[in-house]
Design a protein around this ligand. Structure first.
Ligand code: NAG
Ligand code: NAG
Ligand code: NAG
Ligand code: NAG
Length: 282
């Protein structure tokens, strides 16, 4: 696949006001040229790690679909996390235990990000069988930050000319969630006639070509052991830093684990009595 999807971000939904604490001007300045280096390209090999994601330049926006119990609004897919794999497909994890921040809601609200917390609470819910993380949604957020966010080179505190404590984690959650919002998986699939159904099944190739049509790159389509659709990994290279960078879609190097035929996409099982949702407590 030679085309790539270029997603430009309008940073209008969430605003933030950095605190006035500042550290001396440091390695944080990136020239225009440095902000245009694409991760995993040849020129990333010699790029500044504050300006280009390196060595982990393969960015993955992971979504999940939770039908039992039904999680999230309507038929939407949930946010799972933003990861940065190495360009060769293996990945770093838990890169800086000193910055494994907990209590993400408090961290975000102290940086004036209440609207972001509210939006995350709706669509970034923990589904333990898929995420492998026991606990609440904020536990999942803390896990995604410490396992993956601390590995992002452009989010190193040294990359901020005006660093305020934990500011890089705010940038992680803003960027991750904004990117998630550009990917309405349910709508992509339903536009191709691929809708949740208790009886219909689908060919993997049809799901894949539908998503290539929608995003101009092939994501990794994931199924559980029963051949039921439950995960999607949208893959990108990143031009510039995680905050304000440009995510350019690329084909997933990881193959689908779904069967070629008979893929199930189940309707969310909702409790008949009222609108109480499992796992919704913050
Ligand atoms: C990147 O470097 C490799 C090895 O030096 C070379 O074979 C390849 O053509 C280069 N790719 C581009 C796009 O310049
Ligand atoms: C993949 O790349 C990373 C970072 O460059 C390196 O540390 C690791 O050894 C590589 N793994 C393989 C299997 O080549
Ligand atoms: C999650 O909780 C279950 C049941 O309490 C336990 O068996 C499992 O080991 C826990 N997993 C992790 C990753 O902590
Ligand atoms: C697979 O299907 C079996 C039988 O319907 C069910 O008991 C099991 O929970 C399912 N597994 C998953 C991962 O959904």
């Amino acid at each position: 696949m030679s085309w790539t999807a270029v997603l430009c971000f309008a940073w209008t939904l969430f605003t933030f006001t950095p605190s006035t604490t500042s550290s001396p001007l440091s390695a944080g300045f990136c020239s225009i040229e440095e902000q245009h280096v694409l991760s995993c390209s040849n020129s990333s090999l010699t790029a500044k790690s504050c300006c280009t994601e390196t060595p982990g330049g393969l960015m993955i926006l992971a979504q999940m679909y939770s039908w039992e119990p039904a999680l999230g609004p309507g038929d939407t897919w949930l946010m799972h996390g933003l990861w940065n794999d190495y360009c060769n497909g293996s990945y770093p994890a838990d890169c800086d235990p000193k910055r494994a921040y907990t209590d993400i809601p408090n961290l975000l609200s102290s940086h004036h990000q209440k609207p972001l917390i509210k939006a995350m609470a709706k669509s970034w819910k923990n589904d333990p069988p898929i995420t492998g993380v026991n606990g609440t949604s904020p536990d999942l957020w803390a896990h995604e930050w410490s396992k993956h966010g601390t590995c992002m080179s452009t989010l190193s505190p040294a990359c901020y000319p005006h660093y305020a404590p934990k500011l890089e984690a705010v940038d992680y959650f803003k960027t991750a969630f904004q990117l998630y919002l550009t990917l309405p998986t349910h709508d992509y699939l339903s536009d191709c006639g691929i809708v949740p159904s208790a009886s219909a099944t689908y060919d993997l190739a049809d799901i894949q070509s539908c998503l290539v049509y929608a995003t101009e790159a092939l994501p990794r389509v994931g199924c559980d052991k029963n051949g039921t659709l439950n995960e999607l990994w949208y893959v990108y290279h990143l031009r510039g830093r995680v905050p304000h960078g440009r995510f350019e879609g690329t084909d997933s190097p990881t193959k689908s684990n779904c069967p070629a035929h008979g893929v199930k996409y189940l309707p969310k099982a909702r409790a008949k009595t009222g609108s109480k949702e499992a796992g919704s407590k913050l």
